[in-house]
Design a protein. Structure first.
Ligand SMILES: [Fe+2]
Ligand SMILES: [Fe+2]
Length: 261
């Protein structure tokens, strides 16, 4: 059982002020492969607020507990982006509003496009909340798994500490989305069938729709491909299999195969 009151008490800005980020990376900079993943993660964390804008056009905004959660969740994701931004700045790279503005410029109409598709998706099925919660669960699982993989790949004490703090908060996001997913899927064959259909047609790794394809390919290959990455992606698939009625989708397996090609 997810204790929302407790979550709202412990949630908040990610604390990294005690980490001497600037000098840690001056002494031991990240290699280009890891830095490229950090750029992707920075951009996607900061994009959460645009995703929230779309979600608030759906049935999600009818439910006060969901909107309370989304408000806090968005705030926490913002500070994940800011913390990763400090890592980029320590490497002499732009971050925060400068990078985000460039990303929104690049997205153009894709960013400012109509909220109508979201309204339509939400009204086309009475199981939209189940769809939303399951997508949220899977995206948080893959994000947390991706961070865990970066910790290993980078083998950098300061980055490791920063990412472990982020992962702890992602863990609470997982708890919320997963609890709601199980609640909405359990014993409801119609909800399970709808969610399966939406996942098969619409799911792709976090950030795919807003990041350049080359960047998604690099991230998926680096973090979820190869023998060690496969351990993470297989684990996500097994967790999806364990959700009521969602066994056998092989979403991560499919994504890795697609982006490794
Ligand atoms: Fe995050
Ligand atoms: Fe999260």
């Amino acid at each position: 059982m997810f204790d929302f009151n407790r979550y709202s008490q412990v949630a908040g800005k990610l604390e990294v002020d005690d980490l001497d980020i600037a000098s840690a990376f001056r002494e031991k900079p990240l290699d280009e492969d890891v830095l490229r993943c950090v750029r992707y993660m920075h951009d996607v964390e900061h994009h959460t607020t645009c995703y929230l804008r779309n979600l608030l056009n759906t049935k999600a905004h009818h439910d006060p507990e969901i909107t309370d959660f989304l408000t806090i969740w968005n705030y926490e994701e913002h500070w994940h982006g800011e913390a990763l931004g400090q890592v980029l700045r320590a490497h002499g790279e732009p971050a925060g509003a400068t990078r985000v503005a460039a990303m929104r410029e690049r997205l153009g109409w894709k960013l400012t496009g109509s909220p109508l598709p979201w309204l339509a998706l939400s009204s086309v099925t009475r199981h939209f909340l189940a769809v939303h919660m399951v997508f949220g669960t899977i995206n948080e699982w893959t994000t947390q798994g991706g961070y865990a993989r970066v910790v290993t790949l980078a083998d950098h004490p300061t980055l490791g500490e920063l990412l472990r703090r982020i992962m702890k908060q992602e863990g609470r996001h997982i708890d919320y989305y997963r609890t709601k997913s199980v609640e909405l899927l359990e014993g409801d064959r119609a909800a399970q069938k709808t969610v399966r259909r939406f996942l098969k047609v619409l799911w792709s790794p976090v950030g795919t729709k807003v990041m350049p394809t080359d960047e998604t390919r690099h991230l998926v290959q680096t973090l979820f491909g190869g023998p060690e990455g496969t351990v993470i992606s297989d684990r996500v698939d097994r967790r999806i299999d364990a959700l009521p009625g969602l066994e056998g989708l092989g979403l991560m397996h499919g994504a890795v195969a697609k982006y490794a090609a």
